[in-house]
Design a protein around this ligand. Structure first.
Ligand code: X90
Length: 276
């Protein structure tokens, strides 16, 4: 049996027509730990986080949690958050080693997406497509790694507070963004770190800028996945802009789940897309 697994930063917990499972990330406060699964109430979590003065944080799935997601599969493809900003990839590799001790014939590959959110989702969808084609393990690994070279992530964020608080961006950069109405357009660098592109004022200009930047990055009508944290109107506006240039493009918008909501914060829009 073949299984596709990702951490919950891909924003989905099930997938039609594929044997898929998400290993939940955790969002931690002093009094409570949120599990990023399908039952997590995002609005409630964001409200609670906004009311806190204390430092909050996240943690990656434990090897145990990954192994639970494996079920009893013998062919496993795991896609994770960027190893440059999270221990998720490492934890998945430990899970792989442990599982191989009890399942010596299993085949397991761990992909470091060097990204997260909608770009990770594109990888998961590609893995589902490749497994359906009946290719063998090494072909799937190779094709998926090649695919990953051609997908990109661009986001509009209005706060970097939680990224800075957890040491994932500099405090100086975070301060520069925390001005009302200001959006920072960022991308994932090839190393899988956060790379600021430009600043813009308000969602309308930010969505225009995302479109421009995706064109510049080589988008020409491929698949696009867009998540938003309580900002469906900006995400829909971006989708419309893309469709007005590429009417046949496969562009989906959806609400971000726990991990992306925590780091990208309220008002954010994250977009993963294919380039040529
Ligand atoms: O606790 C952990 O190990 C999780 C750490 C996750 C840190 C990165 C989350 C990024 C979420 C924010 C903007 C996109 C930045 C993209 C850079 C790859 C989304």
């Amino acid at each position: 049996m073949t299984k596709i697994i990702a951490d919950s930063s891909c924003d989905i917990f099930q997938m039609e027509g594929a044997d898929f499972a998400a290993a939940p990330m955790l969002i931690c406060t002093d009094e409570k730990t949120y599990t990023d699964d399908k039952d997590l109430n995002i609005t409630e979590m964001l409200d609670h986080l906004a009311s806190l003065k204390e430092k909050t944080g996240t943690s990656c799935p434990s090897p145990d949690s990954w192994i639970r997601a494996f079920g009893e599969a013998d062919t496993i493809f795991i896609a994770t958050l960027t190893s440059a900003l999270s221990g998720t990839f490492h934890s998945a590799q430990v899970a792989r080693e442990l599982y191989l001790q009890t399942h010596p014939h299993a085949k397991i590959h761990v992909f470091d997406s060097r990204s997260t959110g909608p770009e990770l989702l594109l990888l998961v969808e590609k893995l589902a497509e490749l497994t359906k084609q009946g290719l063998d393990f090494s072909q799937i690994c190779q094709k998926a790694e090649t695919y990953l070279q051609k997908t990109r992530l661009i986001c509009s964020l209005s706060s970097l507070h939680n990224m800075a608080q957890n040491g994932r961006v500099s405090k100086v950069l975070a301060k520069a963004v925390g001005i009302l109405g200001l959006r920072i357009i960022i991308t994932a660098s090839t190393e899988g770190t956060l790379e600021p592109i430009e600043k813009s004022r308000g969602d309308k200009k930010a969505m225009d800028s995302m479109l421009q930047q995706m064109m510049k990055a080589g988008y020409s009508g491929g698949k696009v996945r867009i998540n938003h944290t309580e900002n469906p109107s900006a995400a829909t506006a971006l989708r419309e802009k893309i469709l007005s240039k590429f009417p046949h493009a496969d562009v989906l918008c959806y609400a971000a789940r726990g991990l992306c909501s925590y780091y990208a914060e309220r008002g954010s829009v994250m977009m993963g897309f294919e380039t040529v």
